[in-house]
Design a protein around this ligand. Structure first.
Ligand code: FAD
Ligand code: SF4
Ligand code: SF4
Length: 471
């Protein structure tokens, strides 16, 4: 009977209020809401939901602990498999992963696994999980196994953070090298504060640091220092998690006009350099009155919703397929609509038009219709003849995907890459063509998800430990 109860939706800030602030939109469950939602779980013996989780969190077990009010133990249960639960609870595309496999999904009422994961992680953090961390730190330092070695991790995104944490827990001496001045990868410079507060990320990074991991900012491995030099400095294994942070462009006329941004630059200026607090912080950013964001993924939603908060009067999301094909998380699509972002679906820009000062004044678009499925399985958009029309805008943000930054691989020719520049690595171990050098996350798979990057970091850490035992 209980399973038929409605799913307990997480409370959110009112759209009219949140349009004007960068505070977190989703407010999280309270204890009663978490208990009510947990009570919907049927504790299925065959655990179908677990097969949808890339790191195999024992979902029925942690939810059973929530039902019993044993929240700290529930959080520890999640942490056995997922070292960043407060983050995954917020940003995992659950509707395509764990919740998609929940037996209650068929009735449209899957257990809110992500919201419960967030609840237990937040509970533990708010209660203060420092003693456990301190214990782990001293434990990790005391128990260095005979094969313990210096390991370098390149990049501090979810892949790097997970590999670093696991390797430290195995007793290795880990240093993370990050090219930016702050750590966290896309979790810091891409995903906005209103979806993932920086304080949560800081806490998770402090946790990794507490395990004894050293973090070194402002080092571009491949430029400041090479992989070869790291080896000379005594690093016996290297994990590369450099992500896919190089933006793709539309390659249409007008892309160099003033007021055209890549979403990567727009979000980095806003998130990392706090442009929204200019002049208190020194990075200015043109907010624009009428903004067109091109794309339909998480990055496009984040850019559009950031533009709303920066004061744009109208924000248009221009996407060449229909709403059903949008790759963004459903929750963020709904949030964007609630915040007033106007979706222009089945529409594709063909030209950006400028004014006499070289600034954007409009985009020319064509309407699209859906044809046969393409290699991604989604129906291919086809232009409708004679459907050209213009949309007056003063800012254009391009969010149509990213590719790999090849600074590292250019300096390490022994590491094999594919024709697009992604590192070729074993999907089980992360092993590359270079001995002792492992890779994982977006730099191997192309732009994917936080949890997939974490899973790759975890598998590579286990393989690196195995490698160090054998040499
Ligand atoms: P990254 O997070 O990209 O981290 C790579 C790090 O390596 C960066 O800090 C970079 O500065 C550093 N680096 C690069 N080159 C070097 C070098 N040569 N030397 C030293 N350091 C280097 N996924 C979800 O699951 N849910 C979401 O809601 C979601 N939203 C997203 C929103 C945005 C705006 C973006 C851009 C992505 C989003 N994603 C989301 C995708 C997800 O964030 C990525 O798949 C994930 O971060 C990949 O992790 P990673 O560790 O491989 O790389
Ligand atoms: Fe679901 Fe992500 Fe948690 Fe796995 S880590 S259980 S996919 S929310
Ligand atoms: Fe609970 Fe759904 Fe998993 Fe069954 S499939 S154990 S109901 S979360």
């Amino acid at each position: 009977m209980r399973a038929r109860q409605d799913r307990v939706e997480m409370p959110k800030q009112d759209p009219d209020v949140r349009r004007n602030n960068f505070d977190e939109v989703a407010l999280g469950y309270n204890m009663a809401q978490a208990a009510a939602e947990a009570s919907r779980c049927l504790s299925c013996r065959n655990k179908p939901c677990v097969s949808g989780c890339p790191v195999s969190v024992d979902i029925p077990a942690f939810i059973a602990l929530v039902k019993e009010g044993r929240i700290e133990e529930a959080a520890e249960k999640v942490k056995e498999k997922n070292s960043l639960p407060a983050i995954c609870g917020r940003v995992c595309p659950q509707e395509d992963q764990c919740e998609a496999r929940c037996v209650l999904a068929k009735s449209g009422k899957a257990v809110a696994i992500g919201a419960l994961e967030r609840f237990v992680a937040d509970y533990l953090r708010e209660k203060g999980d420092r003693p456990r961390q301190a214990e782990m730190t001293s434990g990790a330092k005391r128990n260095r196994p005979p094969h313990a070695a210096k390991v370098a991790v390149v990049g501090s995104g979810p892949a790097g953070l997970t590999a670093a944490a696991d390797l430290a827990l195995m007793g290795h001496e880990v240093t993370v090298f990050e090219s930016l001045h702050a750590f966290g990868g896309v979790l810091r410079y891409g995903i906005p504060e209103f979806r993932l507060p920086k304080a949560i990320l800081d806490h998770e990074i402090d946790y990794v640091r507490s395990l004894g991991v050293e973090f070194v900012p402002n080092v571009i491995v491949g430029k400041t220092i090479t992989a070869e030099e790291l080896r000379t400095q005594g690093y016996r294994a290297i994990f590369v998690g450099t992500g896919a942070g190089l933006p793709h462009f539309l390659n249409i006329p007008g892309e160099s006009l003033v007021g055209v941004y890549s979403a990567n630059e727009y979000l980095t200026r806003s998130n990392l350099m706090k442009a929204y607090r200019f002049p208190e912080y020194h990075t200015p950013m043109r907010s624009g009155d009428r903004v067109a964001v091109i794309g339909g993924g998480n990055v496009a939603m984040d850019a559009a919703r950031t533009a709303v908060r920066l004061g744009a009067k109208e924000v248009f999301l221009v996407y060449r397929r229909s709403r059903a094909e949008m790759p963004a998380r459903l929750e963020e699509v709904v949030n964007a609509e609630e915040e007033g972002v106007k979706f222009m679906l089945l529409t594709n820009p063909v030209r950006i038009l400028g004014d006499e000062n070289g600034a954007v004044r409009a985009i020319e678009c064509v309407r699209m219709e859906l044809g046969e499925p393409d290699s991604s399985g989604r129906r291919r958009p086809v232009p409708v003849q004679g459907s050209e029309h213009t949309l007056d805008v003063d800012t254009v943000i391009v969010a149509i995907g990213q590719g790999p930054n090849t600074l590292f691989t250019q300096s390490a020719p022994e590491v094999a890459t594919d024709r697009r520049g992604y590192i070729i690595a074993d999907c089980e171990t992360g092993a590359t063509s270079a001995e002792g050098l492992y890779a994982g996350g977006d730099i191997v798979t192309g732009a994917a998800t936080v949890i997939a990057a974490m899973g790759a970091g975890r598998r590579a850490a286990a393989a690196i430990d195995q490698y160090l035992r054998s040499c």
